[in-house]
Ligand binder design. Sequence first.
Ligand SMILES: [Zn+2]
Ligand SMILES: [Zn+2]
Length: 115
Amino acid sequence: MPQVSIDPAVPPSGTGCQECLAADGWWVHLRRCAACGHVGCCDTSPEQHATAHFRETGHPVVQSFEPGEDWFWDYEHAVEISGPALAEPTSHPADQPSPGPAGAVPDDWKHKIHR
Ligand SMILES: [Zn+2]
Ligand SMILES: [Zn+2]
């Protein structure tokens, strides 16, 4: 069965990185899997769960889950691509900080990220 890399009907899994929330972790920016809605953290974040999700599932395309950003990234080909409008919401709440979530980000977070 061919894999669907972008399914515009699937809503995002939540407002934050699934794995970080489960582990009391934190993130810098959020990415949303365009195939299944999984929300994970970006490669600058300590745990890089969006890339891990791609490696685990083979779902190749994410969209930025940051307010005001609508670009897609294709992990397989390492290129930015264009895509359709995905199911709302297309970003985390505007009052949710980056890095986030509120209360979980250490004071020295800038020393703990990937650059
Ligand atoms: Zn994460
Ligand atoms: Zn996925």
